[in-house]
Design a protein around this ligand. Structure first.
Ligand code: GLY
Length: 379
């Protein structure tokens, strides 16, 4: 698919997205969806307010608001943002994923409406993320408890909150922390062949890698597909925010390397990614969320490249989105969730395989929205 065909395809799919999300918004409002079961979401804020995915529904609503201007999306998204205040106040349950939680709520609110309260919340979240930086190991620590030296590839996505804070305040410290983390992730999590470790366990005394456990993938040394997608998109985001820095070329080439590995690996699965590219062929477990995240990363990469390179990345992104749309999407407005066949992790409870995940919907919608509004930025 060339650029024009991709945009025509996006327009058709967007009409279906709008019908589906409009109906969901009327049913769900400011409840916070995570996994849909039998076509219905439950409110994750009611059981786990700190859960890392609790901002994605608001992100969907803001993308719909940006496109349609319909007030009901803004009202529901703000309801989620208000509810997340409990976590900013409670604090101790917060983690590296505050970027996912407040970029799609407060930052998008501020970007679209200039609301002062949202700006304050977004700065608060950025300060919390910056506070997780380990200056000896030069990384942002993952999770809490005894995982003191742990860094993970997923966190590349949270750096967008730090880049945003520096751009908004003119204070480069947030960006410096983001770049230090990106440099450490590039050195220890991205492998020579473009695949990525999920986790790096770092020495607490200096910048040294002690171990790289399997994390959400199949085994140490395997290739958890969603982690590869986080790396692909995350390094492209870092490149987008560091165009004037010497590191720009390194981030760009890391993202391209992961992209080439991802696209060639996904091709042999008909562009519907498995949970782990290096897991046994049976059981054949898919993770649609990895495909939609990678598609967003490929579109971000295309933005950074000249015309002669762009077509490859836009083509690969739309090939992946089209394959997922044709085989994994539920467009019935009576049922919650669009993208089916997601997986939380390789080794998780069996009822967390083959499920619709809110972030798969979010990234699918972000990709289609981006094809229609190339000028609009979330990250
Ligand atoms: N950031 C956690 C995950 O991708 O499951």
């Amino acid at each position: 698919m060339n650029d024009n065909e991709a945009r025509q395809w996006a327009q058709k799919v967007w009409n279906k997205i709008e019908a589906k999300i409009s109906a969901e918004c009327d049913r769900i409002g400011s409840q916070v969806p995570y996994i849909a079961r039998n076509g219905r979401y439950e409110d994750k804020m009611a059981t786990d307010p700190y859960w890392w995915t609790n901002g994605f529904w608001a992100g969907i609503l803001w993308l719909l608001y940006h496109d349609t201007g319909a007030e009901k999306y803004m009202t529901a998204a703000r309801g989620v943002e208000d509810r997340l205040d409990e976590c900013l106040t409670g604090f101790t349950g917060l983690h590296h994923d505050v970027g996912f939680m407040w970029l799609h709520t407060a930052v998008l609110d501020y970007r679209l409406t200039k609301r002062q309260r949202s700006l304050e919340r977004a700065f608060h979240a950025a300060a919390i993320l910056a506070g997780r930086y380990n200056p000896r190991g030069r990384f942002i620590r993952a999770w809490n408890g005894d995982k003191t030296g742990w860094m993970i590839i997923d966190c590349m996505m949270n750096l967008a909150l730090l880049y945003w804070a520096s751009e908004e305040t003119g204070d480069p410290r947030f960006k410096y922390i983001a770049m230090e983390h990106a440099d450490t992730a590039l050195k220890y999590l991205v492998r020579d062949d473009g695949s990525c470790n999920h986790i790096g366990v770092m020495s607490l005394k200096d910048r040294e890698l002690l171990d790289a456990p399997a994390g959400q993938g199949y085994a140490p040394g395997s290739s958890w597909t969603r982690g590869q997608a986080w790396g692909l998109y995350g390094f492209a985001i870092s490149a987008a925010h560091t165009k004037d820095e010497p590191e720009y070329k390194e981030y760009l080439s890391a993202s391209k390397r992961i992209a080439h590995y991802f696209v060639s690996s996904a091709a042999s699965y008909g562009y519907i990614p498995p949970i782990d590219f290096r897991a046994p062929k049976e059981p054949a477990l898919k993770d649609s969320s990895a495909g939609v995240i990678a598609a967003c990363g490929l579109l971000q990469l295309a933005d950074l490249l000249g015309k002669e390179e762009q077509d490859f990345y836009i083509g690969a992104a739309t090939q992946m989105l089209k394959a997922l749309e044709e085989t994994c999407c539920d467009w019935n407005p009576e049922r919650d969730s669009i993208v089916q066949e997601g997986a939380c992790a390789y080794h998780c409870k069996s009822d967390e395989h083959r499920v619709p995940l809110i972030y798969a919907d979010y990234f699918f919608i972000e990709a289609v929205h981006r094809l229609r509004h190339p000028e609009f930025r979330v990250w």
